[in-house]
Design a protein around this ligand. Structure first.
Ligand SMILES: Cc1cc2nc3c(=O)[nH]c(=O)nc-3n(C[C@H](O)[C@H](O)[C@H](O)COP(=O)(O)O)c2cc1C
Length: 396
């Protein structure tokens, strides 16, 4: 076996991921405008499941009833049956990967350029946020997911409470990390009480916000240590995608958290070095280990080859390798790595065609697929990717 660390199973609360490759959450734009599961969405995940990935975190599902076009929803009980259908469809394609769902509460934005901030929530709104996460978690369990991920990274509500930019004057914000962690902890503890100690519950945080007065490693190492102490089953380390440094959008366009430097850090483009965020995961892992916890740490960010992934694990810099764009581009990456067919992996170019589609609220696809595809073809070889590039270039 060429990559023994990558293909070593890992068990969280009795749920065994067959290998260390986790498909991190990726908004697909394939849900209906009001957040329902579609056949295109099912097919996207079915295709990814067939490629040998160890675990899949289904895209951020909205926990609150507010409008959020084309985002998957888990905001009321009517979504449970269709999410059950999604889980069944993915398992039908492959029973191998363990399936999680990321649950997310977002801050509202409008075309006028207004965006909601954590300071806009009244004290009585906060228990509602907790309850919305608990109800979403109940639905995720009822739908048959193997694990749940609480979204505490990027531009969203819980991340914004954690961020050093949280200017609330009460016990839920301000310069005290304990205060900024209060709501995320209340959410974590309430969801944990509901799903029970035996159910895998992970959290995704920012290692760095990459904004002035945003969270840095100084805070994220402490945040991770606290969630380890509280019994989180994994901590996924991401970065950036904050609104604070986003340029003012053109008239009648909502603010875009991806448009500033921070935004460009979440899914590092071609000009960033490979394995961009491993240097954030490593000290977070070390801090957690030094405190006596063995919670697995997930790292993601422009990891493009099995060799890189193996080295990260071998060197003890992380425990699980998060791949998002690399698996969109070639869902067979894990299978090809396992079979020693690395050279046939269709490599993500980090062009962010996918992310730009997401920002325009279009269906997310990959620039390396044949035009019009909403999932990688089957079979999918490097020569096919070259042929489709040539076909595109030949068009008048
Ligand atoms: C189109 C797109 C949508 C994404 N949606 C989410 C999301 O819903 N939740 C999340 O935590 N991260 C999201 N991400 C970030 C990825 O999970 C991942 O952390 C990031 O792209 C870096 O990994 P990669 O280099 O393997 O793509 C998204 C990324 C892309 C490109």
């Amino acid at each position: 076996m060429k990559y023994p660390s990558l293909f070593r199973p890992i068990t969280l609360k009795g749920v065994t991921f067959p290998n260390r490759i986790m498909r991190t959450s990726m908004v697909s734009g394939l849900a209906t405008e009001d957040g329902h599961v579609t056949d295109e969405l099912k097919k996207r995940y079915q295709r990814e499941a067939m490629g040998g990935v160890g675990s899949i975190v289904v895209e951020a599902a909205v926990v609150l009833p507010s409008r959020s076009s084309y985002n998957l929803r888990i905001s009321d009980d009517s979504f449970t049956e269709e999410l059950k259908g999604l889980v069944a469809a993915i398992r039908e394609a492959s029973a191998e990967p363990k399936l999680g769902i990321q649950i997310m509460h977002f801050l509202k934005i409008s075309r006028s350029g207004w965006r909601q901030k954590v300071t806009d929530f009244k004290p009585e709104d906060l228990p509602v946020i907790v309850e919305q996460h608990v109800n979403a978690a109940k639905r995720a369990v009822a739908a048959g997911f193997d694990f749940i991920e609480l979204h505490m990274a990027h531009a969203y509500t819980l991340s914004s409470f954690l961020s050093l930019s949280n200017d609330r004057a009460d016990e839920y914000g301000g310069p005290s990390l304990k205060n900024r962690m209060r709501l995320p902890i209340e959410v974590y503890e309430a969801v944990r009480r509901d799903v029970g100690d035996g159910f895998p519950l992970g959290v995704r945080i920012n290692g760095e916000d990459f904004t002035i007065r945003g969270t840095t490693l100084l805070q994220s190492t402490r945040i991770a240590k606290k969630f380890a102490e509280l019994g989180a089953d994994y901590i996924s380390v991401s970065a950036g995608s904050r609104f604070e440094d986003a340029p003012t959008p053109p008239a009648n366009t909502p603010p875009d958290p991806m448009s500033g430097y921070s935004g460009h850090r979440m899914s590092p483009e071609w000009w960033f070095p490979d394995m961009t965020h491993v240097y954030l995961a490593e000290p977070i892992r070390q801090t957690v280990r030094d405190a006596g916890y063995d919670v697995p740490i997930v790292t993601a960010g422009k990891i493009r080859t099995p060799k890189q992934a193996e080295r990260i694990l071998e060197q003890g810099k992380a425990d699980i390798i998060g791949l998002c764009r690399a698996l969109l581009c070639d869902p067979d990456f894990p299978k090809k790595a396992k079979e020693g067919e690395d050279k046939d992996i269709v490599q993500c170019t980090a062009c962010n065609w996918c992310l730009e589609a997401d920002s325009r609220m279009e269906k997310v696809n990959c620039s390396r697929w044949p035009e019009g595809n909403l999932a990688a073809p089957v079979p999918w070889h490097k020569k096919d990717a070259r042929a489709s590039a040539l076909a595109r270039d030949a068009e008048p």
